[in-house]
Ligand binder design. Structure first.
Ligand code: SAM
Ligand SMILES: O=c1cc(-c2ccc(O)cc2)oc2c(O)c(O)ccc12
Length: 357
């Protein structure tokens, strides 16, 4: 048997504990968002002390001693930062104050961009509960652990549950708000196009952002009827309710943002073939624009790969989707009859992929 020294064994134990209790960290983040801690600190106008935080949060007086413990973990994780200042009335003593960091600034409700709706939706019991069925699902015939947990697909659940449908759409809108930061870099990708169909474009958040930069581009959002319901058309933004597996309207370009990662290979090839038909009808040489995750473990930071692999598991649990490496993407494109493609990594987790007939 291989001899393992004590140091190695204790390191192994630490990894095990960190993953075992990862859910506690998630729940602390959830609590901070639900209590509104980032907004309280922001509204305070300067770094806040624990007594000021307790008072602003209207915490039960018996629980005020616990707030520091929650903050200590979230400081360690990088969501908040500590500053120490000497007390005005006693120069000998230091006062600990808590401030926002870039990660908690993303949780401010009124900021642009904000990921507060995204984090709230991701902690919905439907998502948390379905991942508990992962092991059981491996022995079962259902397509996803979500189906094992709820007896229906994720998309059926959304269409039947107005509250969660709203939360999910808000989450995706808030996630798309981050596009504001990269749209200037991506502008050339949309330039020269007269029309584009944003397949699975939700409530049109990306369309609105791009339209501000390119007002002559006719943007059509195709999404499921219950998603586009109550979305009024505007001059260059139109909504169509439908199923991308059945029909995709013709355009110079098709956008698929965070769509293909939610489907298995066969379904992706079907959608891509429909996209190829849709861009071939306009007479011009069109393209498909994909904004999605590309795993590149060898070339990227360990933390970034971990985030992508967590999303991969989320896609497996919810919708039988997967996050792909470049080789896997290439197989889909060639399988659907496309001839070449170009991948441009964007900030964060996504890449932009242009695919040509
Ligand atoms: C993860 S969201 C992405 C939304 C948007 N593209 C974005 O990036 O914010 C996936 C979208 O695909 C839509 N969708 C799923 N199945 C679809 C189908 N068969 N036809 C059209 N849209 C579909 C969902 O309703 C949802 O709005
Ligand atoms: O629950 C999700 C989350 C995502 C998602 C959001 C933001 C990102 O940067 C990456 C992934 O995507 C989803 C998705 O595409 C889906 O079909 C169902 C659920 C989710």
């Amino acid at each position: 048997m291989q001899k393992i020294d004590a140091e190695e064994l204790f390191q192994a134990q630490t990894l095990l504990y960190n993953y075992t209790y990862g859910f506690i960290g998630s729940m602390c983040l959830k609590s901070a968002v639900h209590l509104g801690i980032p907004d309280v600190i922001s509204n305070h106008g300067q770094p806040i002390t624990i007594p000021e935080l307790v008072s602003a949060l209207k915490i039960d007086p018996n629980k005020s001693g616990y707030v520091y413990r929650l903050m200590r973990l979230l400081v360690h994780a990088g969501f908040f930062a500590i500053t120490k200042v000497t007390k005005k009335d006693n120069k000998e003593e230091e006062e600990v104050r808590y401030d926002l960091t870039p990660s908690s600034r993303l949780l401010l409700k009124e900021n642009v961009p904000t990921l507060s709706p995204f984090v709230r939706a991701m902690f919905h019991p439907a998502l948390v509960h379905s991942s508990e069925f992962l092991a059981e699902w491996f022995h079962k015939s259902e397509v996803t652990p979500f189906n094992t947990a709820f007896g229906m697909s994720y998309w059926e659940y959304l269409s039947q549950n107005q509250e969660f449908n709203g939360l999910f759409n808000e989450a995706m809108i808030s996630d798309s708000g981050m596009m504001n930061l990269v749209i200037k870099n991506c502008k050339s990708v949309f330039e020269g196009l007269n029309s584009l169909v944003d397949v699975g474009g939700g409530k049109g958040a990306v369309g609105r952002i791009v339209s501000e930069e390119l007002p002559n581009l006719h943007w059509t959002v195709l999404d499921l009827p219950h998603v586009v319901a109550n979305s009024p058309d505007s001059t260059n933004l139109k909504f169509v309710g439908g199923d991308m597996f059945q029909f995709i309207p013709s355009a110079d370009a098709i956008l698929l943002k965070l769509i293909l990662h939610a489907f298995g290979d066969e379904e992706c090839v079907k959608v891509l073939k429909k996209c190829r038909e849709a861009i071939s009808n306009t007479g011009k040489k069109g393209k498909v624009i994909i904004i999605d995750i590309v795993i590149s473990e060898k070339n990227e930071d360990h933390v970034l790969t971990e985030a992508k692999l967590l999303f991969d598991m989320l896609m497996m649990v919810l919708v039988n989707g997967k996050e792909r490496e470049e080789k896997e993407w290439e197989k889909l494109f060639l399988g659907a009859g496309f001839s070449h493609y170009k991948i441009t990594p964007l900030f964060g987790m996504r890449s932009l992929i242009e695919v040509y007939p």
